[in-house]
Design a protein around this ligand. Structure first.
Ligand code: SF4
Length: 425
């Protein structure tokens, strides 16, 4: 049986693309093996959002060349404006929009495949990504994505409903809606629907899945979403990954983010106050050009005022081709690193406080994979808390009510308190 591995760098849009590639290869009879194991084919989904992302993509491709007969590079790094024009070794390029042609590409390169039966060892089929939007028109000053992924394009609702139904029929219980700039879905479609309209269609035409929004920008955030979360608590996950990046208004302006801390704070509090059980996670970009010690203190002081369950912290690194790479007041690397470590530690403290608040409560948990201890399982609650629970293998892939207990290594221990969740509406 031919084997493949995939390594995905960068954002959730890349994760969604990788998921599609994975399904094509599994469907053709390939067996997935962990990245790092010998394989007939290794796919590296590259990211070019910063210079550091380019470096990591290149390094991953070199690693893949040592493990696999055929290496395929896809993602933003290989597009016209991407940073990986000269690829290491004999690497095949697959444009992100040509994912469907992966088998032809492999066939033409002599990579084995296509005949063996589909294997059942692939990762649990519980959660799936559904990409609803591609590209971005926003041009944040640090970001190369609008140059490499082009203008914002939304997939029409009907195609997404069909995609969601297929995922539901394939046994997925959670569908994550992803996009490069998810908040603007629908703006380019007739009638200019928004994400709340899309959710209405998806909820009507599916029964056994819950929906989660992936990373979303506060600019153009469709407020009606909050009402859907509150009204359909078992079908729309009460979780937002609302990308903040910074809390100093001066820095937000230089990043061209088009909101102030006060506006972000208001939106976050609206969400937390109107959606029961809600949890908030975010991205933070530290060490952006011009960030003074005072700006950094504003950032950490303000982060402390919201109950973040997770801070995804990036230390800024300049990306050629973006406006910010030319800003004169770059922050020295050692300061960027020290500041990002400080914010990571702050994030851990904030997360512990949020987890503590949920102890003793019952949440619907999607059981996703086996834990390292026999007879234990790992899962994700609707509000994104990570949970470890004991139980039979039959729990895998199901949404079950779990009472949350004490914290252990960043997870909450849970106990099953009932039967599989029947999702309403
Ligand atoms: S919204 Fe900003 S950070 Fe996000 S993809 Fe667009 S330009 Fe990049």
């Amino acid at each position: 049986m031919p084997t493949f591995s995939i390594q995905t760098l960068g954002c959730r849009a890349n994760q969604a693309d990788s998921e599609q590639l994975r399904q094509i290869l599994l469907g053709a009879g390939f067996l997935e093996v962990p990245f790092g194991s010998p394989a007939d084919c290794a796919i590296v989904n590259t990211c070019t959002v910063t210079g550091e992302a380019d470096r990591k993509s290149r390094q991953t491709l070199r690693r893949a060349s040592r493990q696999a007969g055929t290496v395929v590079a896809t993602g933003c790094g290989i597009t016209r404006r991407g940073g990986l024009q000269a690829l290491p070794g004999a690497v095949l390029k697959l444009a992100p929009e040509s994912r469907e042609q992966v088998l032809e590409l492999l066939g033409a390169s002599g990579c084995p495949g296509g005949t063996a039966l589909r294997h059942g060892l692939q990762a649990a089929r519980s959660r799936a990504l559904l990409k609803v939007q591609e590209g971005c028109d926003h041009f944040c000053s640090y970001c190369i994505v609008p140059y490499v992924r082009g203008r914002s394009r939304s997939t029409p609702a009907q195609a997404l409903v069909e995609g969601a139904r297929r995922l539901e029929e394939a046994g997925h219980r959670e569908i994550v809606l992803t996009g490069i700039h998810l908040a603007v879905w629908g703006r380019d479609l007739p009638g200019r629907p928004d994400l709340a309209d899309l959710l209405d269609r998806l909820l009507e035409r599916t029964r056994q899945v819950r929906f989660r929004l992936s990373s979303i920008e506060p600019m153009s955030f469709p407020h009606r979403i909050l009402e859907r979360m509150a009204r359909f608590p078992d079908r729309v996950c009460p979780h937002l990954h609302l990308a903040l990046q910074h809390a100093s208004d001066a820095l937000l302006k230089r990043m061209r983010r088009d909101y102030t801390w006060a506006e972000y704070d208001l939106l976050a509090r609206d969400f937390l106050g109107s959606v029961p059980g809600a949890c908030l996670t975010t991205d933070v970009l530290v060490g952006f050009p011009g960030e003074t010690q005072a700006d950094f203190e504003v950032l950490t002081d303000r982060l402390r005022t919201l109950p973040f369950l997770h801070l995804h912290v990036f230390a800024y690194s300049p990306r050629k081709g973006t406006a910010a790479a030319l800003y004169p007041d770059q922050v020295p690397e050692i300061i960027r690193k020290t500041r990002s470590e400080q914010v990571i530690r702050l994030g851990e403290r904030l997360a512990r406080a949020v987890r503590h608040r949920f102890r003793g409560r019952v949440r619907p948990v999607l059981v996703e994979r086996a834990a390292d201890r026999a007879g234990e399982w790992l899962g994700t609650a609707d509000n994104f808390l990570s949970v470890r629970l004991p139980g039979p293998p039959a729990l895998l892939g199901r949404i079950v009510p779990v009472r949350l207990g004490r914290e252990e290594d960043g997870l909450l221990r849970g106990l099953l308190v009932g039967e599989e969740f029947a999702l309403g509406r």
